[in-house]
Design a protein around this ligand. Sequence first.
Ligand SMILES: Cc1cc2nc3c(=O)[nH]c(=O)nc-3n(C[C@H](O)[C@H](O)[C@H](O)COP(=O)(O)OP(=O)(O)OC[C@H]3O[C@@H](n4cnc5c(N)ncnc54)[C@H](O)[C@@H]3O)c2cc1C
Length: 506
Amino acid sequence: MQMSHPVYDMAVVGGGINGVGIAVDAAGRGLSVFLCEKDDLANHTSSASSKLIHGGLRYLEHKEFRLVHEALVEREILLAKAPHIIRALRFIMPHQPHLRPAWLIRTGLFIYDHLGKRKKLAPCKHISFEAVTSPLKDEMTQGFEYSDCAVDDARLVILNAMQARELGARIVTQTRCTAAYRENGLWNLHLENEQGSYQIQAKTLVNAAGPWVKRFIEQNLKQKSPYGLRLIQGSHIIVPRIYDGDQAFILQNDDQRIVFAIPYLEQFTLIGTTDHEYQGDLDQVKITSLEVDYLMDVYNDHFKHQLAVEDILYTYSGVRSLCDDESDNPSAITRDYTLAISHEHENTAPLLSVFGGKLTTYRKLAESAMMHLGPYFPAMKKPWTETALLPGAENLVSVELLMQQIMQRIDGVSLALASRWAHAYGTRVWKFLDGVIATDELGEDFGHGLFAKEVDYLVDEEWAKSSEDILWRRSKLGFQFDDAEIQKLDQYLLKLLMKRSEDTAA
Ligand SMILES: Cc1cc2nc3c(=O)[nH]c(=O)nc-3n(C[C@H](O)[C@H](O)[C@H](O)COP(=O)(O)OP(=O)(O)OC[C@H]3O[C@@H](n4cnc5c(N)ncnc54)[C@H](O)[C@@H]3O)c2cc1C
């Protein structure tokens, strides 16, 4: 199918955090932007993270001061941009004198507290554990406490994509860029989706394909990659909540690595992550039994309550795409990002490729990408994203107040449902709740607080196309749905998507 399209200023390949981050920044500076994602938004690494907006305490040991400084500053910026999906979190580090001396940790935490512009987040402190109340083993009597933030990683991607669209960007999912070449000073992109194939043209190409970044350059662009890439798998296990309280734990292991135990979605604890070289299929990354054993061992070495493999409810794995710095140890490879830019003769049709990066630094990465592309777009507007709220944060006084308003206005909404809605959508929740006064006005009930009105909203506003998109990336209700319930949702979606495509065709 051939369709005519305008020539875009920028085409972005990849709908992970880095792709959408660049797309939104560019669109807000007045560029016309196209973004394609071969699967769902945040389908890969950007929904498989430890879900932290953090400076990365352990990177201080690797002397990554630039990265840590940038990430620490970003914590409060992102917290203000999206307070519904990002929350402050206290981390407890039990002191293990044989692994790191107290003076080293104190110095690290002092630097951590002072390297970023910390205003809202509480400072670090030394703590003692009470044998009776502490979930940690009795020999752990002392420790340290410091602040970082937790985020809904997939929703961070989706909110950025929504903002990009609201600024004029065209975002298409389930659409693969199969090839791209330069011609007459423009990029020609070949795109494929379920309906067929088409082409678009753009003045700039941004390769934000994450783990596929090098492969995209070599196979789709037929060029030589400017950098080597290390693909490092990281996995997490999810178990029923194992301790009371809202704090996370940062556990030191005797291989010098650290593992987090983080409260997740009220009922669960998230334990991760691992670091090992990955060579398998990038679309099918799965936890290995060695990783399960590793995470269980680190956890069981620290906590009184012992976990068994049977306690694991769910696992997920992702692949970090790190710029190859020739480090022998996967944990020590730089987590910083590198942007590679090249152009055709006469400085036209630039290609900007993203190597590495963290969720936490996506906004700064995008600003840096725009700075590299500045010379190609002299009329481009100035940086703007630092203070711009993400969708749902507009007019949000507090998530708690929004929850109260939802419960006051709509009869039959439980605290848990109001909390899920307020945290996921912020004030955008009124897009599907406006005018509703009771839950029986929300349409078909799929169970566990999911109603047709929310599903329609996710399809119409958030690019959802399957039950997986809805249950795992946009709502996290996947933990509660059984096969029959998923089937019912799938059937509804099939009809809805068919209707939407008929409406578009008409
Ligand atoms: C285990 C683990 C834990 C982590 N924890 C944290 C953390 O707590 N905090 C933090 O800040 N960072 C964390 N990170 C890092 C962070 O998750 C990544 O840096 C970030 O998600 C990378 O985003 P991306 O956009 O580059 O890649 P991705 O999210 O993988 O996006 C790339 C996208 O490009 C698409 N694509 C590829 N080829 C094509 C094509 N030809 N056409 C169309 N689309 C294409 C893919 O489908 C994919 O969706 C973690 C990473 C891992 C693996």
